[in-house]
Design a protein around this ligand. Structure first.
Ligand code: FAD
Length: 307
């Protein structure tokens, strides 16, 4: 059995594996796709001390750092179940294999909900973005849209309005769902247009980058086109935790509930990164939480298991 088994190989999982392995304990990582969301990212400019890098390069560096240690990396493995059996925690894989460990760190990350309209995938990272903290500055002085009028959409629009030339916020419903204080702030900004009751129908582009957005007015049925350079999709971040239902406690949004040590509701099971209730989902934060969960797991091991 492992001492620490990490499920997920993004920034959180990699940090957890390095921290666990440095304690000289048996560490394994099972990941569907080592590197995680970072693999889908172009430029990264907010990993402190690294002014600029690219996703695939960072993913490679994460893996290389983990490989400096004696860690059993099981890539292309999907966990489908978790259960406590006596002194051990069992993680079932899609292949049918069952991995046993004295402690487990869940770091399965999250994925952005997509609009699923023509052009969205084609122009991802070419004008279609999901993270205003990450990509906002790339659109300095340009025109952008934000899709979604919940808290994250309205926060993104307020944030972007301070950087870009103009923001068009598009909401499907007849009203915004964001907190009133955010709505008031948004409406006070001179360079923001709010369009409600509108269904985004297409991301348009010139073949290399976004040049606009098509939407249908749901009241009149009329189609419109807005010329712009960037589109931030803010219609939800979905944690990869479906396989955990009925095991560890999840928030109403499906995020794994953790305490300050990264501990979950199941004894010996810790969690880190975008799959948890941490309010901000960023690489530097995921790495910090990965380290926290590994130290939390180590504290648990020295208290519970016979050396
Ligand atoms: P993830 O990176 O999502 O990794 C999750 C890991 O778990 C993966 O290895 C995955 O394959 C694996 N996994 C999932 N389910 C299972 C399962 N059932 N069994 C086994 N393994 C599983 N953040 C920044 O700080 N700066 C940026 O510039 C930035 N740009 C971004 C751009 C894009 C396009 C995207 C999508 C995100 C960006 N982010 C950025 C956010 C950042 O990528 C995430 O906050 C970070 O990757 C979270 O790390 P994580 O380890 O928690 O999860």
């Amino acid at each position: 059995a492992f001492d620490v088994l990490v499920v997920g190989g993004g920034p959180a999982g990699a940090a957890a594996a390095v921290y666990a392995a440095r304690k000289g304990i048996r560490t394994g990582v099972a990941a569907q796709r080592f590197g995680g969301q970072v693999l889908d990212t172009m430029s990264i400019e907010n990993l402190i001390s690294v002014p600029h890098t690219e996703g695939p390069k960072l993913a490679m560096a994460l893996e290389q750092h983990v490989k400096e240690y004696d860690v059993d990396i099981m890539n292309l493995q999907t966990a489908t179940g978790l259960a406590r059996k006596g002194d051990l925690v069992e993680v079932t894989l899609e292949s049918g294999a069952v991995l046993k460990s004295k402690s487990v760190i869940l770091s399965t990350g999250a994925r952005w909900r997509q609009m699923n309209v023509p052009g969205e995938n084609e122009y991802k990272n070419k004008g279609v973005a999901y993270c205003p903290h990450c990509d906002g500055p790339l659109f300095k002085g340009k025109r952008t849209a934000v899709i979604g009028g919940g808290n994250s959409g309205v926060e993104a629009a307020i944030d972007l309005a301070g950087i870009v030339a103009h923001v068009t916020l598009i909401e499907f419903d007849t009203k915004l769902r964001a907190d009133q204080v955010l709505q008031d702030k948004l409406r006070s900004l001179p360079n923001v247009t709010i369009i409600m009751n509108a269904l985004t129908t297409e991301v348009t582009g010139d073949g290399t980058k976004v040049n606009g957005l098509a939407y249908r007015d749901r009241t009149t049925g009329e189609d419109h086109h807005v010329a712009l350079e960037g589109i931030f999709v803010q219609i939800g971040l979905l944690p990869n935790t479906d396989f955990l239902k009925g095991t560890v406690d999840l928030s109403p949004r499906g995020e794994i509930i953790i305490d300050a040590h990264g501990a979950t509701s199941m004894d010996g099971v810790f969690a880190a990164g975008d799959c948890t209730t941490t309010p901000y989902k960023q690489i530097v934060i995921a790495m910090g939480l990965g380290a926290t969960a590994a130290l939390g797991a180590f504290d648990h091991l020295i208290r519970t298991s016979v050396p």
